[in-house]
Ligand binder design. Structure first.
Ligand code: DAK
Length: 257
């Protein structure tokens, strides 16, 4: 594995996946996401593993999909490469996944955390869908899952302005299970995992599936709609300008086409 560190038995029954591109704030490139997907599939089959924890580092869970990898793509490139189909397979994991989040969880990083079953946050965690600032929109479930998690008004504000939600606010709005001091967030995630790991793995799997069924009815339709609109932004000059401006570290000049 090049971009993640996997500890199959972090504790008995608990596996840990750590995103590990620290210089790029764990920006999620294609290879990294394939590694996460392959690891989750292997852990799902491993009978020694009951619960999976997904984490980054203190500074960043993940600052989004890799902007440099997609900046110059056309809408049709995005549709045909379909590099994001990897993300669909992640949500098929049967075992519970706890996201242990510190620092930035933005764009695809926030979406990845929301694909997990529970989120433990450090006090420094910042959640957001800032895609609008680079001329695009969330594409991995942000418009759907964030809206369901925190309600329409707040989700609309975050998605249309690109503002961040502090850990405390994220807790208030029900996006995260618990907020703890930075030095405790992984311990807290492990404590939660330990408790779940005591239960019948069959019952845990069936319960997860049932809770998700309540949460995810009609989600597929919403996700498909979001993805098409996300790809469509790649037909605009504003998306090219937004991502190029990010790479060149300047403010974008949006023209509205
Ligand atoms: N991509 C690539 N590189 C990134 C990055 C990203 N998302 N975020 C940060 N980096 C890189 C920076 O370019 C910089 O690299 P160097 O210049 O040193 O080479 C390094 O990480 C450190 O970042 P900064 O210098 O910018 O650090 P600051 O502390 O000043 O700022 C920041 C931190 C997190 C506020 C800032 O880096 C930032 O705004 N980052 C971008 C956040 C963002 O816009 N995220 C959304 C990206 S779009 C889909 C699946 C997924 C997606 C869509 C569809 N499907 C399934 C269809 C997801 C899309 C996105 O996530």
């Amino acid at each position: 594995m090049e971009f993640i560190i996997v500890t199959e038995q972090y504790e008995p029954g608990i596996a840990l996946i750590q995103l590990n591109r620290p210089k790029e704030l764990n920006a999620l490139n294609r290879k990294l996401m394939e590694e996460v997907r392959d690891t989750l599939q292997a852990l799902d089959k491993n009978e020694q593993v009951r619960v999976i924890i997904l984490t980054g580092n203190e500074q960043a869970f993940a600052a989004g999909a890799d902007i440099k990898q997609m900046a110059d793509k056309s809408a049709i490139d995005m549709l045909l490469i379909d590099q994001f189909s990897t993300w669909d397979q992640i949500r098929k994991t049967k075992k519970p996944i706890i996201a242990a989040v510190s620092g930035f969880a933005l764009g695809g990083g926030c979406e990845l955390a929301m694909m997990c079953d529970m989120i433990i946050a450090s006090e420094s965690a910042k959640f957001g869908q800032p895609e609008i600032k680079i001329g695009t929109i969330p594409g991995a479930g942000g418009t759907q899952r964030l809206t369901r998690a925190i309600g329409k008004a707040k989700a609309m504000e975050l998605i249309l302005t690109g503002r961040f939600l502090s850990a405390e606010e994220a807790h208030f709005y029900g996006l995260v299970n618990k907020v703890v001091p930075v030095e405790m967030y992984l311990h807290e995630a492990v404590a939660l995992a330990r408790e779940i790991a005591q239960m019948s793995p069959v019952a845990v799997q069936l319960a997860k599936e049932a809770v998700n069924r309540s949460f995810e009815t009609h989600l597929d339709e919403g996700l498909a709609f979001e993805r098409k609109n996300f790809y469509l932004t790649f037909a605009s000059a504003d998306q090219k300008e937004g991502m190029q401006a990010f790479i060149e570290k300047r403010k974008p000049q949006f023209k509205g086409h």
